[in-house]
Design a protein around this ligand. Structure first.
Ligand SMILES: Cc1cc2nc3c(=O)[nH]c(=O)nc-3n(C[C@H](O)[C@H](O)[C@H](O)COP(=O)(O)OP(=O)(O)OC[C@H]3O[C@@H](n4cnc5c(N)ncnc54)[C@H](O)[C@@H]3O)c2cc1C
Length: 386
């Protein structure tokens, strides 16, 4: 193991600064950022949501514009501002969960790079990822399940000169393309407890992408199967080795950032419910779940998540439990809000192309993407058993 790559103590600030990461000459206050994002959403995203959902169109134009506007930069500076990142994702998620998920993928990639102790990938890639010049995601679903005793790691490597040779496959990695990047974890064939995390460059010939599965929602997220064919991963792309301390460092941020998907989806469902009030309010008022209930729940979840997101490196077990509980609530409220939106919309929500049925299909994703509801419940049960 290289000493330079060993994980730093969890509470220690990392040696890099935000210099060069934020798009140059842009005011970086939260309100300035949101003021730049809203017209992009109106022009490049809102008119595309049906195509993204129905035709699987990848929202690349919007993603590049979000990056230029600074949407992927707030959480990767010297003082990580996860709240701004979450709320930027929320703005997009209000219209489209595929896009919010692509933003999360991009944010997760930036998060790994920003937290790495290896200067090489950070210096080469972080600025471009933060500005959306390089797009990509994360193949951490399998490792996140593996670290919590649910399944074995799917990638295996061996040390070779100047790096590692890695084989295996990941069934689903999103926000990918031929020139995209993603974070992945592999174990060493001769020492399975020794796990390494690296950034994978999809443009390599020994990394093969295949888009063979189609999904009932999130089809526009460029979700691919990735095959590692004795892929060479140079030391300059290694994020952490061994990975254990690094995973502990990034895990709360990884999970909390996902709140942006839930908040956006729930807000979108509230908007749909409110939108029916004029024509159907006289009858919808008999439904037990009203938009005000979701507004209250959303405000409470926001307050909790914002609090937690201020200290993503906190090591207290009570903090970790609160993060898991917040993530569980986000998934469960997403399901409830989408179901309520369907009931408020009535028959018009059941038509192909109607936003309510799209939001319903999207909502399940918040609850099944890693860490899925069942994994979160296992994690809580494991904490209880300690
Ligand atoms: C649209 C979409 C996008 C996703 N994007 C990403 C991503 O960017 N990065 C990432 O790491 N993960 C991604 N995933 C995987 C996701 O995070 C979850 O791991 C997945 O939904 C299953 O989680 P689970 O805990 O319910 O496992 P289960 O559904 O219980 O599955 C257990 C295991 O079987 C595998 N599996 C189940 N069905 C199949 C199948 N048909 N083919 C191959 N393997 C299968 C699962 O991957 C998992 O490892 C994506 C999934 C979907 C549906």
């Amino acid at each position: 193991m290289s000493a330079a790559l060993a994980s730093a103590p969890l509470s220690e600030p990392l040696p890099h600064t935000a210099a060069g990461m934020a798009p140059a000459a842009l005011p970086m206050g939260r309100d300035d950022l949101f003021a730049r994002l809203r017209p992009i959403i109106a022009a490049d995203l809102a008119p595309q949501v049906h195509k993204i959902d129905h035709e699987g169109i990848y929202p690349e134009v919007a993603m590049r514009s979000f990056g230029q506007a600074g949407a992927f930069a707030a959480h990767v500076g010297a003082k990580p501002d996860l709240v701004t990142a979450i709320e930027a994702m929320t703005l997009a998620g209000e219209h489209c969960l595929s896009t919010a998920f692509c933003i999360w993928c991009q944010d997760a990639l930036g998060w790994y790079l920003a937290q790495s102790q290896n200067a090489a990938p950070r210096e080469a890639l972080l600025g471009k990822v933060a500005q959306g010049q390089l797009l990509g995601g994360t193949g951490l679903s399998n490792p996140m399940k593996s670290f919590f005793g649910i399944e074995n790691l799917k990638l295996r490597g061996r040390r070779v000169k100047g790096g590692y040779e890695v084989s295996g496959g990941l069934p689903w990695v999103s926000n990918l393309g031929d020139d995209h990047l993603f974070g992945a974890v592999f174990e060493l064939a001769d020492a399975p407890q020794h796990r390494v995390m690296a950034v994978i460059d999809c443009s390599r010939e020994d990394i093969v992408l295949r888009q063979s599965t189609h999904f009932l929602a999130l089809e526009g997220t460029r979700t691919m199967a990735v095959n590692f064919r004795k892929a060479f991963i140079p030391d300059s792309m290694v994020l952490a080795e061994p990975v254990d301390g690094f995973i502990k460092r990034i895990r709360a941020g990884f999970i909390l950032l996902q709140a942006g998907m839930a908040f956006g989806l729930i807000q979108g469902c509230i908007n749909l419910m409110r939108g029916t009030e004029k024509g159907l309010g006289h009858i919808n008022r008999y439904l037990p779940e009203q938009p005000a209930m979701f507004e209250d729940a959303l405000a409470a979840m926001r307050a909790t998540v914002h609090d937690l997101a201020v200290t993503p490196f906190e090591t207290d077990p009570a903090y970790w439990r609160a993060v898991i509980e917040a993530r569980l609530a986000a998934g469960e409220w997403s399901l409830k809000a989408a179901q309520a939106a369907m009931l408020h919309a009535g028959a018009s929500g059941y038509i192909v192309g109607a936003p309510a049925q799209r939001r319903l299909r999207e909502s399940y994703f918040v609850a099944i993407v890693t860490p899925a509801t069942k994994q979160l419940r296992k994690m809580l049960a494991d904490l209880d058993a300690k």
